[in-house]
Every structure is written in structure tokens, then in C-alpha cells.
Write a protein that binds this ligand. Structure first.
Ligand code: SAM
Length: 187
């Protein structure tokens, strides 16, 4: 599963939920994770880990007392990541829409950071907006959502939810080049 060919096969079979056939580049991952205070963060969330290319980098960087919740709806990707059996990783085979219920079920009420690869642009607009609103709701104050996208299609929704606290960077060294949104919840 680590190799690109296997991700390609599963992603192409499920193109309506994967939104791409190529995993994120190391340049994109580095840029996304550079903004996270791993010394301080204790509850991290990843939406859409796929074959785990970003997950592995988060697990390497996170504090030994931190937890990473990964939401993945694809059966094969979910099983693959469950096989890591990493003590800090909690795999959840459900939609990102359920973030609040899942976090609460595990005894937490807020999260420090959400890293998302969800293909927002190809989701029904009411679903993508609802995921953003639920994410905002569950973030602690000063908590962050870091999301990449291949277009600026959902910029309006991100601004609607996070107000002025949305910064955008463009990463050219990725297939295709991607926009990264850094969104902060400010009281
Ligand atoms: C573009 S792939 C990202 C894979 C990997 N994180 C990367 O960056 O290369 C998007 C992933 O989101 C998952 N996904 C799509 N809709 C989802 C949802 N509502 N909740 C959780 N995961 C979802 C897909 O199954 C797929 O694995």
C-alpha cells in the first residue's frame, strides 16, 4: 500500500470520493505540517488519510502523549491504516461529518488541529459546508484546520466559517499543484 501504484488503483476505483489518483507530494506534506505546534498539540485529527502518506509524517512528529484520530470512509485504506497498530492512532471508519460524536465518545471535547485531504470540491456543497462547520465547532480556540485543494472552489465556504482567519499558500511541487488553506479558530 505504501507505493503509488496501489494508491492509484484504489483511488481510481473510487474517484468520486478520492478526488485524485496521486498521493500528496513530500513538499505539500511538509508545507501543511510546518504550521502545527507538535509540542503543544494533544488531540490531532486527519480527514481522508488514504494510504497514510500524511498520517505517517504526523505520527513521526507528534508528542508521545498526543492522539491522532483518522477518519476514512474507504474500506481498504481504513483496513490498511488499522494494520499500523500504532498506540497513538485511532482509526475511525466513518465520515468526517461525525467528528464531534467520535471525539466525545472518546472522552474529549475539543481538538487542537485538523489536517484534511477531503476532496471538498467534488462533494455535495451542503456536505462540504457542514463538515467545515462541524470542524470549526469542535476546534479549541486557536485550533487550526489545514486543508489542501486543487482549486479555490471552496474558499468562499472556508471564509464563511473561519472569517478573516484563512491564509492561503500555493504549492507548485505537487501533482497537480495545490492550494493549502490555513484556518484558525479565533474567539
Ligand atoms: C485525495 S485522497 C487523500 C489521500 C492522502 N491523504 C493524500 O493526501 O495523498 C482523499 C481521501 O479522503 C477520503 N474521504 C472522502 N470523503 C470522506 C469523508 N467524508 N470522510 C472521511 N474520508 C473521506 C477518501 O476515501 C480518500 O482516501
Amino acid at each position: 500500500m505504501k507505493n503509488k501504484i496501489t494508491f492509484f488503483k484504489e483511488a481510481i476505483k473510487n474517484i468520486r470520493t478520492s478526488g485524485t489518483v496521486v498521493p500528496s507530494s513530500k513538499f505539500l506534506i511538509k508545507r501543511m505540517l510546518a504550521d502545527i505546534d507538535f509540542d503543544a498539540a494533544r488531540i490531532l485529527v486527519e480527514y481522508g488519510p488514504g494510504s497514510g502518506i500524511i498520517t505517517e509524517e504526523i505520527l513521526k512528529r507528534m508528542h508521545p502523549e498526543a492522539r491522532l484520530f483518522c477518519f476514512e470512509i474507504n474500506e481498504l485504506f481504513y483496513k490498511h491504516l488499522s494494520g499500523y497498530k500504532h498506540p497513538q492512532l485511532i482509526m475511525v471508519k466513518t465520515s468526517a461529518l461525525d467528528i464531534k460524536e467520535v471525539i466525545q465518545k472518546h472522552g474529549f471535547d475539543a481538538v487542537d488541529c485538523v489536517v484534511s485531504s477531503l476532496p471538498l470540491a467534488i462533494m455535495p456543497p451542503e456536505i462540504s459546508l457542514s463538515i467545515l462547520e462541524k470542524t470549526y465547532d469542535v476546534l479549541r480556540v486557536e485550533g487550526k484546520l489545514i486543508q489542501y485543494q486543487y482549486s479555490l472552489q471552496n474558499k468562499k465556504d472556508l471564509k464563511k466559517v473561519f472569517g478573516q482567519h484563512v491564509k492561503i499558500q500555493f504549492v507548485t511541487l505537487n501533482i497537480p499543484p495545490a492550494f493549502v488553506y490555513f484556518c484558525k479558530k479565533v474567539q
